[in-house]
Design a protein around this ligand. Structure first.
Ligand code: SAM
Length: 242
């Protein structure tokens, strides 16, 4: 990721601190920018991710939305007509959750401030977990995946929605141009944050591709890992079973 001066990628605690700062500062404009920059396609991606979770329709079922941000994914799940149970929406940036609380007050969604790499839950306490555009931001991806596996019951799914680099060279060229030029400029103007939306393309560029992420899920102990590309390969959904 970019550091505060817009220079070198950072890692570890430095990265966690910078990610926390970015999302705390852009929280008031985060939803608006998602809609504008993706032309609302992000909503469709989240809907697909929730469908991939294949929730159990059980009143006592518990689901985790990790790196929940403003709770859009948790809300997408909780407002499904056939949904039963509760969703814990965990994020370490309180200002993001605050927006989510406002939107989910009447729903079975419980926003909780916490670190996805040190989940404050007992082993095997969830029937499903999901992360949208979150694992890319973790300072230690493997630690986060191991934690997600730990809190899932045996046989329960983890769904990961993330940006990817499109495989088709023409689509990729157009996408990278948009990602490197338009997105940072619009992001800077609307969010008022100087480099938050330069961080986005930088973080996607250095994140493992779909095949490599599938392998990381297997290495973390998930079985039957599968994935599908969305919208010309701009995003991907991975599903792993605990
Ligand atoms: C790009 S946003 C995604 C938010 C939401 N899932 C969505 O679909 O819009 C990434 C979120 O991950 C959170 N995050 C990053 N690292 C985290 C960590 N270690 N623990 C908890 N949340 C984290 C950030 O605070 C931010 O809200």
């Amino acid at each position: 990721m970019m550091n505060v001066s817009g220079g070198q990628p950072s890692s570890g605690e430095d990265r966690a601190r910078q990610v926390h700062e970015i999302f705390s500062r852009i929280a008031p404009r985060y939803d608006l920018l998602n809609r504008v920059l993706s032309l609302s396609v992000d909503r469709w991606w989240r809907r697909r991710a929730v469908r991939a979770l294949d929730c159990s329709r059980n009143d006592s079922a518990r689901y985790l939305d990790a790196c929940a941000g403003t709770c859009d994914l948790a809300i997408e799940l909780a407002t499904r007509p056939d949904f039963r149970g509760t969703v814990v929406a965990l994020d370490f940036a309180e200002p993001m959750l605050r927006r989510g609380r406002g939107k989910s007050a009447r729903l079975p969604v419980h926003p909780l401030c916490g670190d996805a790499q040190h989940l404050p839950f007992a082993d095997e306490s969830f029937d499903g977990a999901m992360v949208a555009f979150g694992v890319r931001n973790l300072a230690h991806l493997d630690l986060g995946l191991a934690e997600l596996r730990r809190v899932l019951r045996d046989g329960s799914p983890l769904v990961v929605l993330e940006f990817t680099i499109p495989p088709n060279p023409i689509v990729r060229a157009a996408y990278l141009w948009y990602f490197r030029h338009i997105l940072p400029a619009v992001g800077r103007i609307v969010s008022g944050h100087r480099w938050a939306y330069s961080y986005l393309p930088a973080s996607v560029g250095e994140f493992p591709g779909p095949q490599a992420l599938g392998q990381r899920l297997l290495d973390a102990g998930f079985s039957t890992v599968r994935w599908q590309l969305l919208t010309f390969g701009i995003a991907a959904i991975h599903v792993g079973t605990r």
